[in-house]
Design a protein around this ligand. Structure first.
Ligand SMILES: Cc1ncc(COP(=O)(O)O)c(C=O)c1O
Length: 332
C-alpha cells in the first residue's frame, strides 16, 4: 500500500513537472527586503517609513514578479503553445524580466521597445537572446504598445501578445506576493501604502490585498505631474493610454510629483540612508515624505510602506552629485 502510494505520488509529480526544470534564478523572484528609512523617519513624530527594495529581484526590478506571473498564467492556460513567441511592449524593466525568464524557460521573446530606451538595457535583452523591435522614440511606451498590437494582429499564430497593461496576471502577482510580504514584514502594522503607476499592476494588486487585510489602509498612487517627465516606468495617465487593469476607484489619493522633486528625494535618500534608487523610487519617496510631514505629530501613529521599483543606474549619479549641499565630513 505504502509502495503504491509512493509510486502514485511520483507519477503525479512527474505529470505536474514543468517542461523544463525551473532555474534557481526564477525561484529568487520576490521575498525582497523591506527596510526602515531610519534617518528620514527621524524627521517626523509618530511616523515610520519603510521601503520595499524591489531591485533585489534577480532581474533587478519589481517587474520580475509581473512577468513571472504573466508567463506562468500563459503556460497554465495553454495559450503559450510550443513554437509560439512571447510578445509584449515595455520600455525597460518588464522587457528585461521577460527576456530573463524566457531564456531560463527556453521561449522565444519578441519585445517592442522605444528606440531611445537605455542602450545597455537593449544590449542586455539581446544577450538574453530576446528579439528587440525598436519603435518610434517620439511615441514612447504608447508607440511600443501600438507596434505590439500591430504584430499580434498580423501574425496571431506566431505571437502570444501577453499585454502587461490589460493582463490580470500582472496585478495578481502583487496581490499574491508583494502585499503578503509587506503585511508580514510590518507584522500587520502598515497603515499607508504608496506606489507609482506604470501599468498600475504593483499598485492595483498590492492595494487590493492590503485593503482586504486592513480595510482602513490608505493607498496613495503616484503619477508624474506632467506629460513630459523623467520618471522612468511611471505614466501620466491623463495624457497616456490608460492601462486596462487600472481601477480608478482604488487609490484613496493620487499625488502628482515633479521630476525635480523626485530627484531631490533621491539625493536625500542617498545621503541619509546610503540607498541609490531609480527615479520612480524618488517619486514614491517624495510623496511619502510629504505625507509623513502631514501625519507627523498627529494622534495616530502611521507606518508607511513605499515601493522602490529599481535601483539607479550608476551613471545617473552625475546628475545628482553636482549640487550636494555639503555633507558633514567625518574626521579622517
Ligand atoms: C522603474 C519602474 N518603476 C515603476 C514601474 C511601475 O510599475 P507597474 O507597472 O507595476 O505600475 C515600472 C514599470 O515598468 C518601472 O519599470
Amino acid at each position: 500500500m505504502r509502495v503504491d502510494q509512493a509510486t502514485a505520488s511520483r507519477a503525479s509529480a512527474k505529470r505536474r513537472a514543468p517542461a523544463w526544470p525551473t532555474p534557481d534564478a526564477l525561484r529568487r523572484i520576490g521575498r525582497t527586503p523591506l527596510v526602515p528609512l531610519a534617518r528620514l523617519q527621524a524627521r517626523f513624530i509618530g511616523v515610520r517609513l519603510f521601503a520595499k527594495l524591489e531591485w533585489a529581484n534577480p532581474g533587478g526590478s519589481v517587474k520580475d514578479r509581473a512577468a513571472a506571473s504573466i508567463i506562468a498564467d500563459a503556460e497554465a492556460s495553454g495559450r503559450l503553445r510550443p513554437g509560439m513567441a512571447l510578445l509584449d511592449a515595455s520600455s525597460g524593466n518588464t522587457a528585461v524580466a521577460y527576456a530573463m525568464i524566457a531564456a531560463a524557460k527556453r521561449y522565444r521573446a519578441v519585445l517592442c521597445v522605444p528606440k531611445n530606451a537605455n542602450p545597455r538595457v537593449q544590449a542586455l535583452l539581446r544577450t538574453y537572446g530576446a528579439e528587440v523591435v525598436a519603435t518610434d522614440p517620439l511615441e514612447g511606451s504608447d508607440g511600443a504598445i501600438r507596434e505590439a498590437r500591430r504584430l499580434a494582429a498580423e501574425r496571431p499564430d506566431e505571437f502570444l501578445y501577453v499585454d502587461q497593461y490589460t493582463n490580470p496576471a500582472n496585478w495578481q502577482a502583487h496581490y499574491r506576493t508583494t502585499a503578503a510580504e509587506i503585511w508580514d514584514q510590518t507584522r500587520g502594522t502598515v497603515t499607508h501604502f504608496i506606489a507609482g503607476l506604470g501599468t498600475t499592476g504593483t499598485f492595483t494588486g498590492t492595494t487590493r490585498r492590503l485593503k482586504e487585510l486592513h480595510p482602513l489602509l490608505q493607498a496613495v498612487a503616484v503619477q508624474p505631474d506632467a506629460a513630459l517627465h523623467g520618471l522612468e516606468g511611471l505614466k501620466h495617465l491623463a495624457s497616456a493610454i490608460v492601462p486596462g487593469i487600472y481601477d480608478p476607484a482604488l487609490p484613496d489619493e493620487t499625488r502628482f510629483v515633479s521630476t525635480e522633486s523626485a530627484y531631490a528625494a533621491l539625493q536625500d535618500l542617498a545621503q541619509a540612508e546610503g540607498l541609490f534608487a531609480g527615479s520612480s523610487s524618488g517619486a514614491a519617496l517624495a510623496a511619502g515624505l510629504d505625507l509623513a510631514g502631514e501625519l507627523s505629530g498627529t494622534a495616530t501613529p502611521a507606518t508607511i510602506a513605499l515601493i522602490f521599483p529599481d535601483a539607479a543606474a550608476r551613471e545617473a549619479a552625475s546628475g545628482l552629485s553636482t549640487s550636494l549641499p555639503g555633507l558633514a565630513r567625518q574626521p579622517s
